[in-house]
Write a protein that binds this ligand. Sequence first.
Ligand code: FES
Length: 163
Amino acid sequence: MAQDLATHNSCYERLRIVIQEKINLQNPLIEILRQAQEIFGFLPIEVQEYIATELNIPLSKIYGVVTFYNFFSMKPKGKYIINVCLGTACYVKGASRIVSMFEDVLSVKLGETTSDNLFTLSSVRCVGACSLAPVIVIGEDTYGRLDTKKQIEDIIHKYIELK
Ligand code: FES
């Protein structure tokens, strides 16, 4: 518990330094939010309130930016983000079936995080590996020519074992 509090305080301390460093940029908000998300992993309303106070701007403005850009998230993300490519080549080769298989194996919907916070199921546009379609990306790892539920299960198990 004490460690949680210390971590919490050190996150806010890091954010305070980021704000000091960025405040004089012409448009500091996006950069500050981006770094805040790196520090906290997501942008809960308390963090938005803190930034609003420090920048002396209304919370509604920050909330508007966070909800406008889909790379900002107000919900915690899993340790592993499974990005299923929904670009044209992957779509034609059955990407939506791959999404359904992951939804099935993980018991979440696209955009959601598993209850153990290990996986977030997400989507991206073309990742530049169209010849391997359909493709998914997890961190630095790219998996292509996915077809069967067994392949999906094997990928998931690999990351469960890394945990
Ligand atoms: S469309 Fe999926 S990698 Fe290009």
